[in-house]
Ligand binder design. Structure first.
Ligand code: TYD
Length: 139
């Protein structure tokens, strides 16, 4: 559910010489990190994402710059602008996401609970929505 997509604030560790933020498996975030990947050099006006995951948990951070995250659980959606490297959005499985409006030079850092598995993706929005609606009418 969309309510389960949580904004998490990390310790900024502010120093005169600059800041440092750490994210530890099972401490600040409720899963073990098995993969880290990042999006960068994203051309202006480009959108990324456009899929959901069956099992994968992720934490998305604006490592630099800013972008918009559109989250959708098949019933409700919300839009969040991420712009602080000491904040992240936790995305549980079963959430459709789109990333848009990347600022120039921005970096989208993703901490993931599993290694890359194409079978874990749901890439068709109608299929995603139908699955969600079927599941909710069963429960
Ligand atoms: P995808 O997750 O569809 O991109 P995005 O959601 O950022 O638009 O990934 C695009 C391609 O990159 C995918 O088809 C395969 C490759 N890829 C990997 O090889 N490993 C990874 O961990 C990820 C995330 C993607």
């Amino acid at each position: 559910r969309i309510e389960d997509c949580k904004l998490i604030s990390f310790d900024k560790n502010h120093r005169i010489k600059g800041n440092i933020t750490a994210v530890n498996s099972g401490e600040e975030i409720p899963f073990e990190i098995k993969r880290v990947y990042y999006l960068y050099d994203i051309p202006g006006g480009e959108a990324r994402g456009g899929h959901a995951h069956k099992n994968l948990k992720q934490l998305i951070i604006a490592g630099s710059g800013s972008f918009e995250l559109i989250l959708d659980d098949g019933f409700n959606s919300k839009k969040i602008r991420l712009s602080q490297p000491y904040e992240g959005i936790l995305i549980p499985p079963g959430i459709w996401r789109e990333l848009t409006s990347f600022s120039s030079g921005s970096i989208c850092l993703v901490l993931a609970s599993e290694i890359y598995l194409e079978e874990d993706y749901i890439r068709d929005y109608e299929n995603f929505k139908n699955k969600k609606r079927k599941n909710s009418s069963n429960s």
